[in-house]
Design a protein around this ligand. Sequence first.
Ligand code: GRF
Length: 221
Amino acid sequence: MQTQAGQPAPGGRASERAIGVLISGRGSNLQALIDAIAEGQLHARIAVVISNRPEAGGLARAVAAGIETVVLDHRAFESRDDFDRSVAATLLSRGVRVVCLAGFMRLVGPPLLDAFPDAILNIHPSLLPAFPGVDAQRQALEYGVKIAGATVHLVNGELDAGPIVLQASVPVEDDDTVETLSARILVQEHRLYPAAVQLILNGGWTLDGRRVVCQTANPGR
Ligand code: GRF
């Protein structure tokens, strides 16, 4: 079955290409999005950056770029759903259309998924469906794969399991450590995420089962 995707999220001041970025840590992928926008490669506006951790390094990157930041500490909420509802309300009130998880270390539940159907993206440092979850690069090394990589996918209710938007591969060298392999993958992540966000914002794609199918040429691939 094909569904028309890329519709604006309901509610709020729907700004054509407003995105929200959710982080928990250093925010290098957030920085890649900021830089791609500044360089004119990604036509978007980051309306808000939300962190569930007050100490996240990525918050300073957002402030330096003049982007609004909001800290929603998950420990302050009574339930997972309460936290998700608050995140959704914050995004909707800023007119966000597409949500980008960038090192956001929380599972996304129904209140947030329902507010942004087929409009939440995540970046994961493996070639999914291989090595979901934490320590993907270590999992890849320990398994002994010769090719690793990164995936941007739409978020559904399962961990790292939504439809794949873009992937990039890197070789695994015999002398790789978790650190060297992670660094090689990260270079690709920073290229891949802006390209995937641009693709989703541009529309012209449909979901055919699990497959993200593009009607136009896709430069990110
Ligand atoms: C990245 O490797 C990303 O793929 C994973 O978490 C890491 C976040 O890094 N989901 P950063 O905070 O974007 O630097």
